[in-house]
Design a protein around this ligand. Structure first.
Ligand SMILES: NC(=O)c1ccc[n+]([C@@H]2O[C@H](COP(=O)([O-])OP(=O)(O)OC[C@H]3O[C@@H](n4cnc5c(N)ncnc54)[C@H](OP(=O)(O)O)[C@@H]3O)[C@@H](O)[C@H]2O)c1
Length: 214
């Protein structure tokens, strides 16, 4: 598969790129929004493409051409306001879904957030973020795309453990970013994960085993 990673300069995005860069079955392109980020990827042997989620659907569809699958792992981050949450996490995400449909790409993997589907568990502090994730997920679910929505718990910057749990309500609430990236790579061509939303935390089973049993 030819995969376009949106949010490739982000923390999960960089793990996804490094796992896909030398993959036997996949080729990867990194979508970034700044020339210096593109230059860094080019030097590292990954084809960069420049586009901004605040751009138009047509611009996004243009950079998607030739891809078989889209990975969305972008986000406005914690240091911007609710305006950017709306523009990136909601409208930016939805524009990429429209662009994928326009470009004839059917496979789409979304990094959402744990409990995005459940309004009763949204903390007041970051409610706009959950609203954005919730409606982006709902629009993806009503699209024609073969999506997989991944809903990780709190993201950790520590080495991947390779062991996860899916769709559980245990004590574990977090997961290393590297493991989320490994799940993204594992679900890409796993048809049993199409049109499903999966919550993710660290756990006891191997990623391969969990993905096979979704
Ligand atoms: N933090 C958590 O605990 C948590 C939990 C569950 C899910 N998530 C979700 O997990 C995903 C990835 O998280 P992360 O920590 O890897 O995120 P991150 O490091 O903040 O990366 C987000 C990426 O999105 C890019 N981006 C922002 N605005 C853009 C725009 N207008 N056009 C193109 N790209 C843009 C950023 O580009 P620049 O590099 O140029 O800034 C950045 O590379 C996000 O969707 C996040 O909401 C987070």
């Amino acid at each position: 598969m030819n995969i376009l990673v949106i949010g490739a300069n982000g923390q999960i995005g960089k793990h996804v790129i490094s796992q896909l860069k030398d993959h036997k079955e996949h080729a990867v392109r990194a979508m970034v929004r700044k020339q210096e980020q593109a230059d860094a990827f080019d030097g590292a042997g990954v084809e960069p493409v420049l586009a901004d989620l605040e751009g138009t659907v047509s611009e996004l569809a243009e950079v998607m051409k030739g891809s078989d699958a889209i990975v969305f792992t972008a986000g406005s981050g914690g240091s911007t306001g609710s305006d950017k949450t709306l523009l990136i996490d909601l409208d930016g995400a939805v524009k990429t879904m429209e662009a994928a449909e326009q470009a004839g790409i059917s496979r789409y993997v979304m990094v959402s957030a744990m409990h995005a589907e459940d309004r009763s568990s949204w903390s007041d502090k970051i409610k706009p973020y959950y609203v954005a994730k919730h409606y982006a997920d709902r629009l993806l679910e009503s699209s024609s795309l073969n999506y997989t929505i991944l809903r990780p718990g709190g993201l950790l910057n520590e080495p991947g453990r390779g062991k996860i749990a899916a769709n559980t309500e245990g004590n574990e609430k977090s997961i290393p970013r590297e493991d989320v990236a490994s799940v993204i790579v594992a679900v890409l061509d796993a048809e049993n994960t199409y049109r499903k939303a999966i919550s993710l935390v660290s756990g006891e089973q191997s990623i391969q085993e969990v993905v096979q049993n979704i």
